[in-house]
Design a protein around this ligand. Structure first.
Ligand code: ADP
Ligand code: ZN
Length: 774
């Protein structure tokens, strides 16, 4: 028997299947989707088994070790990987690491530590070697067949194997392995040592005992003398959140109840619901109610939110109503993420809440997927292996034959279009249950402020409104989205803006560090106010960054207590929760932030939302910029007046644009006009669009190659636009050109072959589906 293996190395030269001989002891045990260790050249590397075959011409080496008891990649994941493979060109190994947590990609030492304990058979007595690594005493000829037999046995509902391992003298460790009848081996993982003091069934963790003042050696002595009994226990670290926000049980309104009924009536079939409900209309309450029905049927629910900052709030509301909520996102520590993954993989989570990457988590009994804020761009992974989590969720729904619930106050144009064409089922919530009106919206044209000799970034209207809030002990949210407009420095004498020597981009100014840094390649140099071009000491910051806004705010409103929330302020784990908590506890009057503040916690005391330079949002060269701008404005203004009547003030220089004006009208007004523009320009939902990036060190050669590629692409049934210079014309000394494709359907494999054929050593080609901005 042989196994086809993909080696976990991200390199084109090894982007193929390698055959390995399956040693006899693994023959019956090894399955497709399991991780293995294999000899590779002079190294030992991890690989993924993709197929078991009976004949091979080139297998010469044996698999060294099997790292899984149940496959890490189940059949559903294989089909999702296949889906990705058909949409973007990507290395096999990259696709594998996209769909499983990085914690599963292990090096050899880690493997032994992580894997051996779970592979312990009852009579093989593994031991810790000097390095604290688990070892088996003899090679296990009998072990794997036995494990396999247990896994496959249907006679007994649950078989428990108890393994008592003696090692290091007298320490006793109980390990329990549970198997159930559905062929699924369910693993119990042991993380925390729990000590049963005097056998009184009172359990302490080691940490609790050391907190009491016992040293590790004290504990060991007590264990040796059998005063303490040590037991490894199935403990998954809980993910804690800062605020205390439990869900009050509400009585659903008729509107909400209707929506719930419709979804609940379709729980056993594949159907996509688009829940369109104005901000504060109680969408989350609808989710909770539907979830409870799914759980009653012993099925699992996957809930996705677009950003990490939104996890905590949703987690609190879920946990206050349900048990067994697992949480999964990239800001967890490696250990936490591994724990949560194991909890999910072992089927112990009835609800999984996470961000984009959670869409791949193994859930055998999936009954419903909920995607909150479905319009959000963050559901698309834009780097490495590109995918859209909403599409993946729809694929999963197909696999499990279950509904997907997409929720938003402002559905994406494409989703709304699907609903209008009856491919999605539209559900609506039109009222706020607490009977509050949507905030009144006022626009301020900043050009008129200039005429009034107000050169501040704050209009008088906005300043007055903020002052009034402070007097009335109410709160303000201020949005300034500097995306793509990082602060830079400029010589006031000659106008020079320091650029990165390797990229076509101005260096970003970091005030606190007094340095200039390139966002793309990391190039950094200390800030110097002497201009390198004209030698004048006139180099100064150009204040468009949010930190500058904060300064001005503090100067113009010295009494206001201001909290800032942006990428810099939330770099430390959990800090955004602290900021939110402080704001919720009214420790500040104004929360100033980037788009991060547009969604998240409900702040009852917020009665004013201010938007600075709203038209900046439109200056992003993407067909989606209008949609994104409108949605952000609708979101953020909707945060005003959740409990008391509120208002919103939108400032800008070009406030007549329909995306800005529509905030004061209905979503439908916006949708109709946006859809018309999309049609006119052949953009989604009418045609698909993707972009090809061609980059190389020689400007001329790269440009030529781009032209040749364009010519070749014209054989496909699609519109080919370009090549044109990319938004950033040079990065890391590579010149960049783009070609844009617009098509209804396209033969993807043919396209990928063409792209591959045009790659040369000195020319790199990348393909970006979904996007039109690179
Ligand atoms: P959304 O998710 O649409 O923004 P939420 O579900 O968070 O709305 O609801 C907004 C607020 O209204 C919350 O404080 C929620 O507890 C409350 N709420 C929702 N539904 C009801 C209801 N039927 N009765 C009373 N309060 C409700
Ligand atoms: Zn650079």
């Amino acid at each position: 028997m042989y196994a086809k293996v993909i080696i976990d190395i991200k390199h084109e030269d090894v982007n193929r299947f390698f055959d390995y001989i399956i040693p006899q002891k693994y023959e019956d045990f090894l399955e497709r989707g399991m991780r293995v260790l294999v000899p590779f050249g002079k190294q030992t590397r991890m690989g993924y088994v993709t197929e078991i075959i009976t004949e091979s011409l080139d297998a010469t080496k044996e698999i060294l070790e099997v790292l899984d008891v149940i496959p890490s990649i189940n059949e559903e994941l294989f089909s999702l990987m296949n889906y990705i493979k058909n949409h973007v060109p990507a290395l096999y190994s990259s696709i594998f690491s996209t769909v499983i947590p990085s914690e599963l990609a292990v090096n050899y030492t880690k493997v032994v530590e992580m894997v051996k304990p779970e592979l312990v058979p009852d009579d093989l007595k593994p031991y810790f070697n000097k390095k604290g690594i688990w070892r088996l005493k003899r090679k296990d000829q009998v072990y794997y067949p036995r494990l396999k037999k247990l896994r496959d046995s249907k006679d007994q509902e649950i078989i428990k194997i108890k393994t008592v391992i003696k090692e290091k003298g007298t320490t006793k460790t109980d390990k329990t392995y549970t198997y159930n009848q559905n062929h699924h081996y369910k693993r119990i993982y042991h993380y925390e040592i729990v000590i049963d003091l005097f056998n009184m069934k009172k359990e302490y963790t080691r940490k609790e005992l050391t907190d009491q003042g016992l040293t590790a050696s004290n504990i060991n002595t007590l264990v040796k003398n059998q005063v303490l009994f040590e037991q490894e226990k199935d403990v998954f670290r809980e993910i804690e959140h800062q605020f205390d926000l439990s869900d009050k049980k509400v009585v659903l309104t008729d509107e909400q109840q209707n929506v719930v009924n419709q979804i609940v009536n379709s729980l056993d079939k594949q159907e996509t619901f688009l829940l369109k409900g104005i901000t504060g209309s109680g969408k989350t309450e609808v989710y909770l109610e539907v979830i409870s029905k799914v759980i009653e049927q012993n099925k699992q629910v996957l809930v996705l939110v677009p950003e990490i900052t939104l996890v905590a709030q949703m987690a609190k509301r879920l946990k206050s109503r349900f048990d067994d909520v697992a949480i999964y996102h990239s800001a967890l520590s490696s250990g936490e993420r591994f724990d949560q993954y194991k909890k999910i993989q072992s089927g112990k989570a009835s609800i999984v809440l996470g961000t984009r990457s959670a869409v791949f988590l193994p859930m055998e009994d999936l009954g419903l997927v909920i995607i909150d804020e479905e319009h959000d761009d963050s559901y698309i992974q834009k780097e490495q292996v590109i995918y859209d989590a909403v599409e993946i969720a729809l694929e999963r729904a197909k696999h499990h034959q279950i509904p997907v619930l997409l929720g938003s106050a402002t559905p994406s144009i494409t989703s709304m279009y699907e609903a209008m064409n009856n491919r999605f089922t539209l559900l609506e919530l039109t009222k706020r249950p607490l009977n509050l009106e949507i905030p009144t919206i006022q626009y301020v044209d900043m050009r008129l402020e200039l005429e009034k000799n107000n050169t501040s970034i704050f209009s008088k209207t906005l300043l007055d409104a903020m002052k009034k809030r402070i007097e009335m002990k109410e709160q303000t949210i201020l949005l300034f989205n500097r995306k793509g407009y990082a602060p830079f420095v400029l010589c006031r004498a000659c106008g020079d803006v320091p650029q990165c020597p390797h990229c076509d981009i101005s260096l970003t100014y970091y005030k606190e560090k007094k340095s200039l840094k390139c966002h793309y390649c990391g190039y950094e140099k200390p800030f110097d106010n002497t201009c390198s071009v004209c030698n004048a000491s006139k180099v100064k910051e150009v204040g468009t960054g949010i930190e500058y806004v904060e300064q001005v705010l503090k100067k113009q409103m010295p009494k206001a207590r201001v909290l800032r929330m942006d990428k810099n302020a939330t770099r430390i784990k959990g800090s955004h929760e602290i900021i939110w908590n402080n704001f919720l506890n009214e420790e500040a009057d104004i929360l100033l932030g980037t788009q991060m503040i547009a969604k998240g916690l409900d702040f009852p005391k917020v009665t004013l939302v201010g938007v600075l330079m709203a038209d900046l949002l439109l200056k992003v060269p993407s067909y989606k910029s209008t949609e994104n701008a409108y949605m952000l404005l609708a979101q953020v203004t909707g945060r005003s007046g959740r409990f008391y009547p509120g208002e919103a003030i939108i400032q800008g220089y070009d406030i007549g644009h329909f995306a800005i004006k529509s905030v004061n009208q209905t979503y439908e007004t916006f949708y109709q006009e946006a859809l018309y523009n999309r049609k006119l320009m052949n953009y989604p939902p009418f045609k698909n669009t993707s972009q090809i990036l061609i980059s190389g060190e020689s400007y001329l050669k790269t440009y030529q190659r781009a032209f040749m590629l364009k010519k070749a692409l014209s054989s496909l049934s699609c519109d080919v636009l370009g090549p044109s210079q990319a938004l950033i014309t040079k990065i890391k000394d590579y010149y960049r050109f783009t070609i844009t494709l617009k098509y209804e359907t396209i033969e993807k494999q043919e396209l990928f072959d063409l792209l591959e054929a045009h790659e040369f050593d000195d020319i790199k080609i990348r393909y970006f589906p979904y996007l039109d901005i690179v």
